[in-house]
Ligand binder design. Structure first.
Ligand code: NIG
Ligand code: FE
Length: 407
């Protein structure tokens, strides 16, 4: 039998997390051809099956699928470090927002930024995510809140992701907050969202999902329903910021409308949990670095959700106001500490679970033969160490489509 050809053999792994049931016991090597995984097993066996143009010894690293961050807000122009001080002095997150800070201060900064100025800033945010192992991400707009600034935000995110070779699943979050100029007439902004912004984003093919922040001081449940129904009619998949500070019914609404995910859930009600468990399709988006960052004492009831079989992912919620980290390893640490997840559950949450919530599970989030060869080498002796330490980036090499990238 002639050996098939492969471009690259990665070998010498301490083990490989592939989410492939057919993986042979003790697999320590991956064969890659044309940007895809073509074989996974013992190096000696793969060398017989494939004639490999190149080999690379990963020297005992743990190989895992490229991380998938299914909830990020990377299109901001500046950080909000001064708010971090105000919060230390006792002013809470929603109070800062009421005073015109918070999300609306990021909105002012993005509006002022020319597209060519914003693009390299966003690219730098994505570069930080990539350095921490994120190869595929869901990225939201939501700091523009005018048609023009939202389209600009989505364009720069697409361009930056493409330049870095990252895979983007893009989400329109024009319903992040009611902008200051509509403070007295929020319904008028909702009409613009539904009649002008959603159609424009859809026509220009700039986002596949739409998101809304259903919360006191942001959008009411009724407004959320109007927006999400319109988005669904236009063909958007739905993702919702729900039950972050108050359980307002956003989870139940998401399940009713067949949303891909409802995210946050720190204040999830029993009714919300029941709706999610019955659905079995709407993912729970778990963002455990957010309550850490905001000094919250509540956490999403992850164990109860997992027990009820709710599909889930773990994400960073990378943004300047409530979770300033681009690192999914860090998010996994918080998932293990605050949400009581095992290493395997956390790893699933940042790879296959996240990919499935985005409809990308055919190619992303696992290393089964046929998957895109987005692979990470982690400097960890086994998978139990994932999310165990914190404050250190375990990622030593990232391959995108089988190509090592310089970090
Ligand atoms: O997911 N809750 C709404 N949006 C973000 C925070 C955005 C910000 O503070 O800039 C979140 O926590
Ligand atoms: Fe968020």
């Amino acid at each position: 039998m002639n050996a098939a050809s492969a471009d690259l053999l990665l070998h010498g792994a301490c083990s490989i997390v592939s989410w492939w049931e057919g993986a042979p016991e003790g697999a320590d090597a991956l064969a890659i051809a044309d940007g895809r995984v073509v074989g996974l097993g013992l190096a000696a066996e793969l060398r017989q099956r494939f004639s490999c143009a190149r080999e690379h010894d990963v020297q005992g690293a743990l190989l895992v699928p490229g991380f998938v961050d299914a909830h990020t807000h990377p299109v901001f122009a500046t950080g909000r470090a001064e708010e971090f001080d105000w919060r230390a002095q006792g002013v809470d997150y929603l109070e800062i927002a009421r005073r015109g800070g918070g999300i609306l201060s990021s909105v002012r900064a993005v509006r002022e930024c020319a597209e060519e100025t914003l693009q390299p800033i966003v690219r730098e945010h994505l570069q930080r995510m990539l350095r921490h192992g994120t190869t595929t991400f869901e990225g939201k707009s939501g700091y523009g809140l005018t048609t023009e600034s939202e389209l600009k935000s989505l364009r720069v995110m697409h361009q930056a992701a493409e330049e870095l070779g990252m895979t983007l699943s893009s989400t329109f979050l024009g319903a992040h907050m009611v902008p200051a100029e509509f403070k007295e007439a929020p319904e008028d902004y909702l009409e613009i969202l539904c009649q002008e912004m959603l159609p424009a984003v859809q026509e220009q093919g700039l986002a596949t999902s739409a998101d809304v922040f259903i919360e006191e001081g942001a959008f009411t449940l009724e407004m959320g329903r109007r927006y999400l129904e319109r988005a669904k009619e236009l063909g958007f998949a739905l993702r919702i910021h729900a039950d972050q500070f108050h359980a307002l019914g956003g989870v139940e609404l998401g399940v009713e409308l067949g949303a891909s995910s409802v995210d946050h859930l720190e204040e999830l009600s029993d009714a919300g949990l029941e709706a999610l468990a019955l659905s079995g399709k709407t993912f729970a988006g778990l963002l455990p670095s957010m309550p850490h960052f905001l000094r919250m004492t509540t956490d999403a009831p992850a164990r109860r959700m997992l027990q009820a079989g709710v599909p889930y992912f773990v994400a960073t919620d990378f943004n300047p106001g409530s979770s300033y980290t681009p690192s999914l390893s860090e998010a996994a640490h918080f998932a293990r500490v605050r949400l009581r997840m095992t290493a395997e559950e956390a790893l699933h949450g940042v790879t296959l679970g996240a990919a499935a919530s985005l409809g990308l599970e055919a190619q992303k989030g696992h290393l089964r033969p046929g998957a895109d060869a987005d692979v990470l080498a982690l400097d960890l002796p086994d998978h139990f160490h994932f999310g165990y330490g914190f404050g250190e980036n375990p990622v030593t090499t990232v391959w995108l489509g089988g190509q090592a990238v310089s970090l």
